[in-house]
Ligand binder design. Structure first.
Ligand code: ZN
Ligand code: ZN
Length: 470
C-alpha cells in the first residue's frame, strides 16, 4: 500500500512552524558553568530536552528522559530498533544577527533563528514524520526510537549517556547534515606535539610567549608573539612586507620593554583547513625567517612549525598524508599553539583521516618526522575511527531511493571530514535536511531554514522510516 506522505506533511505545516518556533526560542547552548544535578549540561540543554519530550507527550507518544541530557520518543513495535538521532542544543548565537537569534522570525518563506537549520528544524521534521506515520496507522514491524542529544555541538555527553544506559538502535540515520546522504565520515583525532627542553644559550631576543587558536577544531584566526630584548629597527617593515606577500594582516606594538606582534589570517573549520589561512603557522614562519636572534627554545619551536606545519593542510610535510579511493585525503590542521619559556611549548594538530591508516600510526609518524629527541607526541583525548556504511547497504539504498523519488534529484554517496551522530551506529548515516547546493548557514549569524524544506523533509523522513521499519 502506498501512502501520501506529502499531503500529510503539508497538512501539518502550521503545527510544525509553531513547534519549531517554541523550540528555537530556548537558548540551548551547552553551559556546564551553570550545571546542576538537574541540568548536567546547563539549563538550556535540559530545558530543550524537557520541552521536546513534553511536545511528544502532548501528542500521546511514549517518551523517556535520560538524566535531562538525552531523550527518546517511541513509535511502533518489533525486535529491531530504527534510530533517528537528532539534537536540540545549539552553538552560541555569536555576533552579526539582524534579528534576535532566539525570537524566530519568518520572512520570505524562511524561519530565522539559532538552531533553525542545525538541528531543531530537521529534528521537528523528523518528529512530525513519526506523527504522520501514527496518524495514518502505518503498520511498522520495528520499533522506531527518535533519540535526542543535547550537546552534539561539543562533547556528545548526552548521546554517550543514552547509548551507555539504553537499548541501542540496530541501525538508523541522523537528520543533521545534508541530502542526498552522508554515509562516510573520516576518523578524527588530535595530536599534542610537546617540545622537549632545549638547552639555554645567550641570545639577543627572547620570545616570552606565542599563542594562537582557541578550539581544537578551528583553524586559528589570530596569533600573538611577545618578545623582549633587542628588536631590529626594521622588524616592523619586515613584518609588513611579509604580511603583504602572504595576504595576511599584522601589527607590531612596543609595550615598554615588550614587543607584541599579532597576525590575523582566516578562520575555517578544522575539517576543511585549506579554506583558512592559519595565523599560527604564518606568524611562526615570519619570526623564523626574520633577522631576529632568538633564544634556542623559541628558535626550535618556530623552526618545527615552519618546517612541518606551514602551508600544508594534508600532512605532507609530516609524512602523514594519505588518501583512500573512497574517503579521499587526510587533512591536518594545527589549531592550538602555546609557548612560554617556563611552561608549555606545544602545538595541537587536528587530523581527519580516511580508512587505511590509524591514529596510532599517525602519532608514530609525527614523532619520527620531527624527531624523538625534539618532541613528544600524544593522542589528545579520544580518537574517533573512520566510519563508512557501503553504498550497497539497504539502509543507504533505501534512503537514496526515497530522496530521489521526493525531489527528482540524483542520489549518490558523500563522505565528509566532520562528525555526525550517524557514526554512533555501525549502520548509521546522516540524511538531510539541507538540500544540495544550498548555502551552508549552520553555525553562522542569521541561520535560517526554508519552511518548504521542513515540510518536505517531514514527508521524506516519514517515507524513509516507513520503508526501513515495515
Ligand atoms: Zn548539528
Ligand atoms: Zn552544528
Amino acid at each position: 500500500m502506498d501512502y501520501d506522505f506529502t499531503t500529510a506533511a503539508n497538512n501539518y505545516e502550521d503545527a510544525m512552524i509553531a513547534d519549531l518556533k517554541a523550540l528555537v526560542a530556548i537558548d540551548s547552548e551547552r553551559d556546564t558553568d551553570k550545571a546542576t544535578t538537574e541540568a548536567p549540561l546547563g539549563p538550556g540543554p535540559a530545558a530543550a530536552i524537557k520541552h521536546a519530550l513534553a511536545m511528544a507527550q502532548r501528542d500521546g507518544f511514549t517518551t523517556k528522559n535520560v538524566e535531562n541530557v538525552a531523550g527518546r520518543i517511541e513509535l511502533g513495535s518489533g525486535d529491531d530498533i530504527l534510530g533517528v538521532l537528532g539534537h536540540v542544543d545549539v552553538v552560541p548565537a555569536g555576533e552579526g544577527w539582524e534579528t534576535d537569534p532566539f525570537t524566530p522570525v519568518i520572512k520570505d518563506g524562511k524561519m530565522y533563528g539559532r538552531g533553525t537549520a542545525d538541528d531543531k528544524g530537521p529534528t521537528i521534521a523528523a518528529y512530525y514524520a513519526l506523527k504522520i506515520l501514527r496518524d495514518l496507522n502505518v503498520p511498522l514491524n520495528k520499533r522506531v526510537h527518535m533519540i535526542l542529544g543535547s550537546d552534539e555541538e561539543s562533547e556528545w555527553y548526552g548521546m554517550d549517556r543514552y547509548m551507555a544506559t539504553e537499548e541501542n538502535p540496530t541501525f538508523g540515520f541522523s537528520p543533521d547534515a545534508e541530502f542526498p546522504i552522508i554515509n562516510g565520515e573520516k576518523g578524527i583525532a588530535s595530536f599534542l606535539i610537546s617540545q622537549k627542553r632545549v638547552a639555554p644559550k645567550q641570545a639577543a631576543t627572547t620570545m616570552t610567549s606565542f599563542d594562537a587558536g582557541i578550539r581544537p577544531n578551528m583553524v586559528p584566526v589570530s596569533a600573538t608573539a611577545k618578545l623582549t630584548g633587542t628588536i631590529p629597527a626594521d622588524l616592523a617593515d619586515q613584518l609588513q612586507t611579509f604580511a603583504m606577500t602572504n595576504d595576511v594582516t599584522a601589527d607590531l606594538t612596543a609595550n615598554g620593554s615588550e614587543t607584541v606582534i599579532t597576525l590575523v589570517g582566516q578562520g575555517a573549520h578544522a575539517s576543511t583547513p585549506a579554506i583558512g589561512t592559519n595565523a599560527g603557522t604564518y606568524l611562526a614562519a615570519f619570526l623564523n625567517a626574520s633577522s631576529l636572534d632568538l633564544d634556542p627554545a623559541a628558535t626550535a619551536y618556530l623552526a618545527t612549525i615552519t618546517k612541518y606545519l606551514h602551508r600544508d593542510t594534508t600532512g605532507t610535510l609530516l609524512g602523514i598524508n594519505y588518501a583512500d579511493r573512497k574517503m579521499g585525503e587526510l587533512t591536518a590542521s594545527p589549531d592550538i599553539f602555546k609557548f612560554s619559556q617556563d611552561g608549555k611549548q606545544t602545538v595541537l594538530i587536528n587530523v581527519r583521516y580516511p580508512q587505511g591508516t590509524s591514529a596510532d600510526a599517525i602519532r608514530d609518524q609525527i614523532e619520527t618526522a620531527i624527531g624523538v629527541d625534539l618532541v613528544d607526541v600524544t593522542i589528545d583525548g579520544h580518537a574517533q575511527e573512520p566510519h563508512y556504511v557501503p553504498e550497497s547497504d539497504p539502509l543507504v539504498q533505501t534512503l537514496l531511493d526515497v530522496y530521489t523519488e521526493h525531489t527528482g534529484l540524483p542520489g549518490h554517496e558523500m563522505i565528509i571530514g566532520g562528525g555526525t551522530y550517524g557514526r554512533i551506529l555501525d549502520r548509521g548515516v546522516a540524511f538531510g535536511a539541507q538540500m544540495p547546493g544550498a548555502p551552508d548557514i549552520m553555525h553562522l549569524p542569521n541561520e535560517y531554514i526554508k519552511i518548504e524544506d521542513v515540510v518536505r523533509a517531514a514527508a521524506i523522513y516519514a517515507d524513509a522510516i516507513y520503508r526501513l521499519a515495515k
